[in-house]
Design a protein around this ligand. Structure first.
Ligand code: BGC
Length: 485
């Protein structure tokens, strides 16, 4: 028996990594869904002869579904479990993709995109939760970064497949084909174990122990981890109650919401959903539009590595400052070029380069970091509720951006639309300075203590000493910060 336990150590580690990779494939589905519509929308518009406004709805129905899915996912992942929630999400994903491909009217397409959104809302809430619960501690950070990387890879794959299908102009294949990776994902989910933490939440301690044995192999590790989980479960999730009672928790929920508003109003998804349309306005034909869109996708993947490499060295805030500044400059120049008029080939290419600079700015900063910060700033007791609120905000803001871009272009014009988003990025530099904490190298427990002691939001990532220094210092800060919340 002992011999088995010892010799199973290496395979069990492989099993844990395999499990995480499988769950990170949920990120891939997320990315495919975000990316796929950009190349298809012009063909849909021609085929169904619909206005820009209807296209905005086809694009945005997915985000509305995702917001609803994310809301329901918190309840579902507690009741049904993480694994079954992911299976339900993947099933909806396959059904939604097939319905998109076969849609017989713009209305059907809107409904199908809503179903896809439900799938993504469930997956975006559940997959990171599952990952955090099954990944061994040493590789946990890497696994969560892998999730964001998979999102960008999914977007790139969707852009490439759109480009390939653009030669036949077949938008049905563009939208339908993602059912295949969806089905593979669904099948692979059946190989996943249930989350040990969830099993313990449901009182199924024996099963939790079995799963942990398979994942970790080492007996001592399993005992320690089970004790840790049992300890954590002593703090029941009472998010709504805490939200009503505690001003400091309201501040961290507000911070999570603000962070996601900032991420979405950078304007990143304007490019994700409408890149071909932007390149069309720059004067490129449809194939060039889609090839440039694929380059946007590749840039997004590659620049994500910058964030992964820098986040624990430079810290969150410096990276956010750089990212927002780069985005403001990129969009400002794109707007100015559109204002001045783009006549020559060189001017076209320069504008494309500036748009790519904007993508680099996002992918190296707000893309991954906002998700990281959102999971770091919530106190344990309200973590599910807090992350649920910020994820919901991400999708609602995402929808607003997607649903208004074409109207903005038609209403205030190309240049002013890009200037508007560029200006917002400047405002985010100020908000980062004023309200966002630096959380590099601080334990979640310390962040929670700082938050609950009333330190201003931007100081909740401080190391222990200033908090311990004295109540007078803290009390003063409480009243100052309460005014903000
Ligand atoms: C954002 C998505 C965005 C993607 C682009 C994610 O972090 O939440 O809205 O489309 O990054 O890579």
């Amino acid at each position: 028996m002992n011999a088995v336990a010892t010799s199973s150590f290496r395979p069990s580690r492989t099993a844990a990594v395999f499990t995480c990779i499988l769950a990170a494939l949920a990120g891939l589905m997320f990315g495919l869904d975000i990316g796929v519509i950009s190349g298809a929308s012009q063909f849909i518009q021609k085929d169904f002869q619909v206005s820009d406004h209807v296209i905005e709805w086809i694009v945005s129905a997915m985000m509305l579904g995702a917001a609803v899915g994310a809301l329901g996912a918190s309840w579902m992942s507690a009741r049904l479990g993480r694994k079954r929630s992911l299976i339900l999400g993947a099933t909806l994903f396959v059904a939604g993709s097939l319905l998109c491909g076969g849609a017989w009217s713009p209305q059907t397409l809107i409904v199908a995109r809503f179903v896809l959104g439900l799938a993504i809302g469930i997956a975006t809430f559940t997959a990171p939760l599952y990952l955090a619960e099954v990944a061994p501690e040493k590789i946990r950070g890497a696994m969560i970064s892998l999730y964001q990387l998979m999102i960008t890879i999914g977007i790139l794959v969707a852009f490439l497949s759109d480009t390939a299908f653009s030669y036949s102009g077949n938008w049905r294949w563009m939208l339908g084909i993602i059912a295949i990776p969806g089905a593979l994902f669904l099948l692979s989910l059946f190989l996943l174990p249930d989350s040990p933490r969830w099993l313990m939440m449901r009182g199924r301690t024996r099963q939790a122990e079995d799963v942990l044995h398979r994942l970790r192999g080492d007996r001592a590790l399993v005992t320690r981890e089970m004790a840790d989980i049992a300890e954590q479960l002593k703090t029941p999730q009472r998010g709504w109650h805490l939200f009503q009672q505690n001003v400091n928790f309201r501040r961290s929920v507000g911070l999570g919401v603000l962070l996601q508003l900032m991420q979405q109003f950078t304007g990143m998804n304007v490019v994700m959903y409408y890149a071909p349309r932007i390149f069309q306005n720059l004067g490129y034909d449809i194939h060039a539009q889609l090839w440039f869109t694929a380059i946007v996708g590749l840039t997004n993947v590659l620049a994500t590595f910058i964030a992964i490499g820098l986040v624990d060295k430079l810290g969150r805030k410096p990276i956010l400052y750089i990212g927002f500044a780069v985005m403001a400059v990129g969009l400002g120049i794109v707007g100015s070029m559109m204002h001045l008029g783009i006549a020559t080939h060189a001017q076209q290419l320069f504008t494309v380069a500036m748009l790519l600079i904007f993508i680099v700015g996002f992918a190296m900063s707000a893309g991954p970091l906002i998700w990281t910060l959102c999971s770091e700033v919530q106190p344990l007791k309200g973590r599910d509720f807090g992350i649920g609120c910020s994820t919901f905000t991400n999708w609602i803001a995402n929808m607003i951006v997607g649903a208004t871009f074409l109207s903005l272009l038609n209403g205030i014009g190309n240049a002013a639309t890009f200037w508007l988003y560029g200006g917002l990025n400047l405002v985010f530099i100020v908000l980062t300075f004023w309200l966002i904490p630096e959380t590099k190298g601080v334990t979640l427990e310390q962040i929670e203590r700082n938050l609950m002691s009333g330190l201003p939001l931007r100081e909740i990532g401080k190391q222990a000493s200033p908090v311990a220094a004295g109540a007078g210092f803290n009390t003063k800060k409480v009243s100052r910060e309460s005014a903000i919340s």
